[in-house]
Design a protein around this ligand. Sequence first.
Ligand code: SIN
Length: 180
Amino acid sequence: MTIIHPTWVFGYGSLIWKQGFPFLDSRPGYISGWARRFWQGSHDHRGLEHDPGRVVTLVAAAGEDCHGRAFLVEPGVFEHLDYREKNGYERILVDIQFETGSVDGVVYRAAENNPAYLGPAPPKEMAQQINRCAGPSGSNREYVLQLARALRGMGYSDPHVFEVESWVLGTEDQVSEEKQ
Ligand code: SIN
């Protein structure tokens, strides 16, 4: 897909809290029919080839909304983003919903058939992997904690992210007690 005009890119993972690219505008928003999951392996950012970390991707989820932050970027920025997201992610077209209405945009999604895909695992196991792994961009733990913090800062709740965060922090008992 060749992009020739400024385009909205929807961020739901590291793009929310770590840009490192120029943007013309930025707004909180959501995409419908998708859920965020720590099901993608990271060999090049938050883990290593022989010990991949876990980062988020999108899974189809009818009736659910995935909240994040969208950025309006010049076409040239996609070169940087395509490189950054090269470990299994592909651009797909999405409707991004803002308070003021919706816009056409793109999102980077790592599909189930990419070589780095890990899929689901019990939260305890995911947290053990996350606490162990690190890569050229930093620790996998930082990725999870920063994402959870950024979502909270925007007033969003994501039960999957917050559950994994609680296991990473070792506070899962408090979260399950709060739920009762
Ligand atoms: C995103 O942030 O939108 C894509 C996934 C990631 O880089 O963490």
